[in-house]
Design a protein around this ligand. Sequence first.
Ligand SMILES: [Zn+2]
Length: 274
Amino acid sequence: MSGGLSTDKHSSNSRRLLSADEPGPFKTLNPLDEQPILLVCDHASRRFPKSLGDMGLDPFARRCHLAVDIGAGALTESLAASLGVTAVLAQYSRLVMDCNRELLDPGAFLEFGDGVVVPGNRNLHQSDKDLRAEVLYWPYHKAIDQQVQRLRNIGPGPAFIAIHSFTPVMNGESRPWQMGVLWDTDTRLKEIFLEGFSAAGYHVGDNEPYSGKAPQDFTIDHHAEAIGLPHVGIEIRQDLIDDAAGVAEVAALMHQIIASIPKRIEVNQQRDTA
Ligand SMILES: [Zn+2]
């Protein structure tokens, strides 16, 4: 494992999907850091395996919000760098396989969305689905699992923060929020983010534009809710982070908020047990 970055090695089976000169399915930043924070980014990349060609998509579709959470990967990397915390990022487009869906959810291999047809996912054979799951999906989720277990062995379970971005207009409808805080059963982190974003003057959605209670939120449900980790999903509107200056501005604010988490959770826990 090298200093600040660990990536998956290619197994022989994975060569059927990824060639030796392509990146592995995920990357882990600061894999040995001991702060009780874990950032994950399911939709960080717009990369397609060369073996799948263009999946029948034009260049616009391969770069659009269906292929990638625009700005979310850069934001996650910026936060990992400035805070020094551990982050796990998926390295392939969600159109190849959506890592934030149950395997059996039709959205795991999206065939149509927001006016875009995905020919490469039409009538996909089960063996193709299995290969993508084996090579892309499970290694990413195993990497998250390993980091959760590693951090739990060091101290209290990490605050689990999933970072996404959303398109300003979906199916012809404009969305008023600039940021969204998604949560389900845990209220510890959502209060901290709602307060921090609002105080900075942003229009924040509480479980908008999506609800954290929806079953589509596989990563948080699977890794964090199941074992009671503090967790939150953060959604940033894509026009705020579609260039370096925007990423820097939002990262500076989120840096402050995330840095305050360990202390605030500790204080709350003391209050609860007093
Ligand atoms: Zn996303």
